[in-house]
Write a protein that binds this ligand. Structure first.
Ligand SMILES: Nc1ncnc2c1ncn2[C@@H]1O[C@H](COP(=O)(O)OP(=O)(O)OP(=O)(O)O)[C@@H](O)[C@H]1O
Ligand SMILES: [Mg+2]
Length: 375
C-alpha cells in the first residue's frame, strides 16, 4: 500500500464468557488493514464474529488483546491499557436499514452528529448542505425518511456518516433487511458513491455477492479467524481451503488421492473420476496423500460426442436440468458421485436432456487442489 492505512488491526482478540461458564472467541488473533480509499468487506456465516470485530474497531466492545490504530492514532492497546471511547475515534458507523430518525427531516438527520458534538450552529448548516450536495440529495433537505426512496435513504445515512469529516465508515449489514431487487440497486449505488467520494470502509455482510461486488478486498472469517484475504477474483478463483471455496460461490468438491505428481501437474483420483490439475499452492502432494478436488459449476463443458474417459473427461448421466434464466443448472452423476454443472443456453439440439449420457470436460487450469482438513 502506498499511503498509510486508515485502519490497522493487529493481533486482536476478544473472548466472551457465556452464561453457564463456556467461552466463545469471535475475534481470534486478527490482523487486518484498511487502506486509503479502500473498501474491505468482512464476509462469513452467522456467528463467526463479524459484528464483534466491527464493534471492537468502533469502541463499542473492549478487546482482550492486540491493538487498533485509526489514521495513525492508537485507539486501543491492551498492552498499554489504551481504549478510547467511540466518540474519540475518527470514524462513523452505518447500521442495519440505515437507522434514520423517522421524526426528523433529512437535514436534521444529517445535522444530528454535529449537534450532539456541540459544533457551533454557524458551522453546521454549510457542512450539512455541502455533504448533502456531495451525495446528490440537496433537494431533499426538508423531506422525512418515509417520504424518500431506499436509495435516497442510503444516501442520507452516508451523508450522516461523512458529515463529521471522518471519512472512515463502518457498515454492519446495512442492506440485510431490504428486499433482493432493491438490495441490488443499493449495492451498485453504494459502489458508485464510494468511487466518487473515496471514503474508506469496513463492511460486514454474510452475502457473498454483496461482498464480491463491493469489496476491493474481501476477508472471509471462520470462527473469529481470517480464513482468506484478497481481491474478490483471486478468492473466488483460488480459494485456499474447502471452507472458503464453499462459502464464496458454488463449488463441487470431491475427496481425492494423489496418484502421481510430475513437473507442475498432479494426477488425483476421486469417486468422480481422475483429474489432472496444476499443482497450485498445496504443499502436501506426496503420492498417496489425501486431498480435495474443487471445480466450480460454470467451469465444466458438456458434449454429446461420447468417447473414452480420461483425466478431466468423464462420461456422466444427466439427472436433472433446472432452468435458471441466464444458465441451466444440470445435475449429473457418475456412479454414486454427482456434480453440479452450469451451462449457458446453446442450440436447442445441444441442450442436455434428462436421462441421457454425455461427456463432461474441464480444463486442467480450472481445477483446484485443496488441502484435506481431516486427512
Ligand atoms: N455480549 C456477548 N456475550 C456473549 N457472547 C456473545 C456476545 N456477543 C456476541 N457473542 C457471541 O459471539 C459470537 C459472534 O457473534 P457476532 O455477533 O460477532 O457474529 P456475526 O458474525 O456478526 O453474526 P451475524 O451474521 O448473525 O450477525 C456468537 O457466537 C455470539 O453468540
Ligand atoms: Mg452481526
Amino acid at each position: 500500500m502506498d499511503s498509510p492505512p486508515r485502519i490497522r488491526i493487529s493481533r486482536l482478540s476478544k473472548t466472551f464468557r457465556r452464561t453457564g461458564g463456556s467461552t466463545v472467541t469471535p475475534v481470534d488473533n486478527v490482523d487486518l488493514e484498511v487502506g486509503a480509499e479502500e473498501m474491505v468487506v468482512l464476509l462469513g456465516p452467522s456467528g463467526c464474529g463479524k459484528t464483534t470485530l466491527l464493534r471492537c474497531v468502533a469502541g463499542l466492545e473492549r478487546p482482550d488483546a492486540g491493538e487498533i490504530e485509526i489514521d495513525g492514532q492508537l485507539v486501543f492497546s491492551a498492552a498499554r491499557n489504551i481504549c478510547l471511547p467511540p466518540d474519540q475515534r475518527r470514524l462513523s458507523m452505518i447500521f442495519q436499514s440505515f437507522a434514520l430518525w423517522p421524526h426528523m427531516t433529512v437535514y436534521d438527520n444529517v445535522a444530528y452528529p454535529l449537534e450532539s458534538r456541540g459544533t457551533p450552529r454557524s458551522e453546521i448548516a454549510p457542512r450539512v448542505n455541502d455533504t448533502l450536495a456531495l451525495v446528490g440529495i440537496a433537494s431533499l433537505v426538508a423531506q422525512y425518511p418515509a417520504q424518500i426512496s431506499g436509495g435516497q435513504q442510503q444516501r442520507v445515512a452516508l451523508a450522516r456518516a461523512l458529515v463529521g469529516n471522518t471519512s472512515v465508515v463502518l457498515f454492519d449489514e446495512p442492506l440485510s433487511s431490504v428486499d433482493a431487487k432493491v438490495r441490488e440497486q443499493l449495492r451498485v449505488e453504494l459502489k458508485r458513491m464510494q468511487q466518487k467520494i473515496r471514503f474508506s470502509g469496513l463492511y460486514v455482510t454474510h452475502d457473498q455477492t454483496e461482498a464480491m461486488e463491493l469489496g476491493d478486498r474481501v476477508a472471509v472469517l471462520e470462527s473469529g479467524r481470517i480464513a482468506a484475504l484478497g481481491d474478490p477474483r483471486s478468492i473466488y478463483e483460488h480459494p485456499p481451503s474447502e471452507y472458503v471455496a464453499n462459502f464464496v460461490g458454488a463449488a463441487n468438491i470431491w475427496q481425492g488421492r494423489v496418484v502421481r505428481r510430475e513437473a507442475g501437474d498432479v494426477l488425483v483420483e476421486t469417486g468422480f473420476g481422475d483429474f489432472l490439475a496444476e499443482v497450485g499452492t498445496v504443499a502436501e502432494l506426496a503420492t498417496g496423500s489425501s486431498v480435495k478436488v474443487m471445480v466450480r459449476p460454470e467451469k465444466f463443458r458438456l458434449s454429446n460426442e461420447i468417447s473414452a474417459e480420461g483425466p478431466n473427461l468423464q462420461r456422466v448421466r444427466i439427472e436433472t436440468c433446472l432452468f435458471a434464466g441466464p444458465y441451466t443448472e444440470v445435475l449429473v452423476s457418475r456412479g454414486a458421485s454427482t456434480a453440479r454443472v452450469w451451462v449457458q443456453d446453446g442450440k436447442a439440439s445441444e441442450r442436455p436432456g434428462e436421462g441421457i449420457d454425455m461427456m463432461l470436460r474441464v480444463e486442467s487450469d480450472k481445477i483446484r487442489i485443496l488441502p484435506d482438513a481431516n486427512p
